[in-house]
Design a protein around this ligand. Structure first.
Ligand code: KG4
Ligand code: ZN
Length: 346
């Protein structure tokens, strides 16, 4: 008999107001995401106060839409999973308070979920991936490489020393006036650019371990823009060439860092065959990065997996699944849920 238990997952830690209904057999009955892009566009970045207010305004409607789409009511649920951090604290509080209110009215248990654990485990919703696997998590707020040993068992192999990768894309795009969100805009501009015109730095290349640093790269782009501006006008072709050269630097840094990470992983877990290399987070949408990592994995006899984009970017299904993995292990949470701005996985 299939396990028909249902979990409602709520996510409000950044600029997506999201709710999903997931069944224990991994069937996603609803996955509703309300993106606050329009609210933040005038500022070309996510404004925490605006995000919190928008979550408050939209969450109830998003939850109702998810339940309606799933064709269920609160009484059919086994639990409510909610992101309890890390993230923008105002938004996290809105989600946690709502989850606790629903739970107390409908007498349901609440499962606090670490947002990063949501990203880490999401791949298991669509692929039969066993532990341990290597996770490259690159989004607007996160940039780290982890060995995922099991539910609740994470080993951080490396991470950024300054900007997250998505943040570097966003800030660079903003400098060039490419619009918000910057990542997709920069990738679009790069398509018609010459990636060899500018030789930007490749921070951390060939250094020990698998840490990242992107602030120097960002600065190099700024200096280049200033130089072009001083010499006259910055043309569209100049912007395209800068975008392509920036993206090429990022690709080479990622290839180098992930090669190191794969080696570190193999030392730690020598018995793992066809090492799963999972790419997640919003930056996983980037085709140049995806292609480069796919090739790298093939050369290293690793198994490259990028979950479907709807599960890579912030969503409620990944939160419901992280809660479900714990529920299936018999885990329970007692007492009130504490919203946290910081909450390292390991
Ligand atoms: O996972 P996500 O939706 O939200 C969090 O940050 O948690 O990721 C959004 C980030 C933004 O920084 C966005 O610019 C970046 O992912 N991104 C991209 C692309 N699409 C989204 N970066 C590079 N290339 C893209 N095509
Ligand atoms: Zn995220």
């Amino acid at each position: 008999m299939t396990d028909a238990r249902l979990i409602l997952g709520i996510e409000t830690s950044c600029d997506e107001t999201a709710a999903a209904v997931l069944r224990a057999d991994k069937k996603i009955l609803a996955n509703v995401v309300f993106s606050q892009l329009e609210e933040h566009r005038p500022y070309a970045g996510v404004v925490p106060e605006i995000a919190a207010r928008a979550h408050m305004e939209h969450l109830e409607r998003v939850v109702s839409a998810a339940l309606l789409e799933a064709g269920i009511g609160f009484a059919d649920l086994s639990a409510i999973a909610v992101t309890a951090g890390p993230g923008l604290i105002g938004g996290v509080i809105v989600g946690v308070m709502a989850a606790q209110a629903y739970a107390s009215v409908h007498r349901l248990p609440v499962l606090p979920v670490n947002h990063l654990e949501g990203h880490a485990l999401a791949v298991r919703l669509t692929e039969e991936v066993e532990f341990p696997f290597l996770l490259v998590l690159v989004s607007g707020g996160h940039c780290q490489i982890l060995a995922v040993e099991g539910v609740g068992r994470y080993v951080r192999l490396g991470g950024t020393r300054d900007d997250a990768l998505g943040e570097a894309f966003d800030k660079t795009a903003k400098m060039m006036g490419l619009g918000f969100p910057g990542g997709p805009a920069l990738e679009r501009a790069a398509r018609t650019g010459n990636s060899r015109r500018f030789s930007f730095p490749r921070p951390m290349l060939r250094q020990e371990g698998c840490d990242f640093s992107f602030s120097g790269l960002k600065t190099a782009v700024r200096l280049q823009l200033e130089e072009l501006a001083a010499a006259g006008k910055v043309r569209e072709q100049d912007k395209a060439d800068i975008a392509a050269s920036f993206q090429q630097a990022v690709v080479e840094v990622l290839q180098d860092r992930i090669t190191h990470a794969l080696a570190m992983f193999k030392v730690r877990y020598p018995a793992v065959e066809r090492l799963p290399l999972v790419l997640s987070g919003g930056v996983a949408a980037n085709q140049a990065i995806r292609g480069a990592l796919e090739e790298l994995a093939a050369r290293q006899e690793a198994w490259f997996i990028a979950p479907p984009m709807a599960l890579c970017t912030d969503n409620g299904a990944m939160i419901a699944w992280a809660g479900m993995e714990r529920l299936l292990m018999g885990w329970r949470h007692e007492g009130a849920v504490e919203p946290r701005a910081r909450w390292p996985l390991e």
